[in-house]
Design a protein around this ligand. Structure first.
Ligand SMILES: [Fe+2]
Length: 291
């Protein structure tokens, strides 16, 4: 597992490195599977921005915020910008509410947040696939398999399962120096029956970076900085709404206390031994709604 001490001692990841990369990706708008953009209606802008500001003003009034605290808040905001942690802060502390709103109009499998660690342009693989990994990749070998169908129950031939997760030490390739680029990431194309099978390693819980303002704020408030172990997935098929989700593991000590508030009971896996050494397997089907 990754701990605060590991992060500061090993130097394999730091807030500025991870933050600047995540900021670059967010700025590029690479997450094109999410629709959006376009002109903002003035009434809508006034309603949303007005409500957000009033929420903060309300906190100032209710908590009788002092000038010292207001100045500390300014310094903290500047620090978030300096470290490039806006994607991290927003995805950890606010995205789950946006996802809940989106879920009100989404049929099919249960989704959850994307988070700041997705990367475009990863290995394209056909099912059954083994994710790119080191020769001596540590961790429990794991198979994740299932079928992708539409809400009408029909298999979606050639559906894509974009998968990314940490290694056994809780590090993401592309955001920490330890795992090589592309490690434990890939886009797997399902077969003609929409079936996919992915061979990987079981991921580990991790803390958000603790050397930046988001982690420092979390610790200052006495909140847990941990995320339960999880696998991120984007499941897509032509003509269907892309599903953004994560899968967790039964028995994880951080379930129910996820710093990103992204875990849901429907998204928990209970991998079982396959009899092949220490290998485990979980089956999970996905249902996509038409666009
Ligand atoms: Fe994650």
């Amino acid at each position: 597992m990754t701990t605060a001490e590991d992060q500061s001692v090993s130097g394999t990841s730091d807030a500025v490195t991870a933050g600047s990369h995540a900021t670059e990706i967010a700025r590029s708008g690479a997450a094109t599977f999410r629709s959006g953009g376009g002109a903002v209606d003035q009434q809508r802008a006034a309603a949303v921005i007005g409500a957000a500001l009033e929420g903060i003003r309300g906190a100032i009034r209710d908590q009788k915020v002092t000038y010292e605290e207001f100045d500390a808040f300014k310094r903290w905001l500047i620090g978030v910008s300096d470290t490039g942690e806006w994607p991290l802060f927003l995805d950890v502390y606010l995205e789950f509410e946006v996802e809940k709103v989106a879920a009100q109009t989404q049929d099919g499998s249960v989704g959850t947040i994307l988070g700041p660690f997705w990367l475009d342009g990863q290995a394209q693989l056909d099912s059954p696939a083994t994710l790119p990994m080191r020769d001596d990749e540590p961790g429990t070998p794991m198979i994740l398999a299932g079928q992708v169908t539409g809400t009408d129950g029909k298999p979606l031939a050639g559906a894509k399962v974009d998968i990314w997760h940490t290694d056994e030490e809780g590090w993401y390739s592309g955001f920490a120096s330890k795992p090589p680029a592309g490690n434990l990431r890939g886009v797997v194309t399902a077969d003609a029956e929409g079936r996919y099978e992915i061979h990987t390693r079981k991921p580990a819980p991790y803390t958000i970076p603790l050397d930046g303002p988001t982690g420092q704020m979390t610790l200052a408030a006495g909140w847990s900085p941990w995320r339960p172990a999880h696998i991120h997935l984007l499941v897509s098929a032509p003509g269907h709404r892309t599903l953004t989700t994560q899968l967790f593991f039964t028995g994880d000590p951080y379930l129910g206390n996820d710093v990103a508030s992204a875990d849901k009971p429907e998204l928990t896996l209970d991998p079982q031994p396959t009899g092949n050494g220490s290998e485990v397997r979980s089956d999970r089907d996905f249902v996509l709604e038409p666009e």
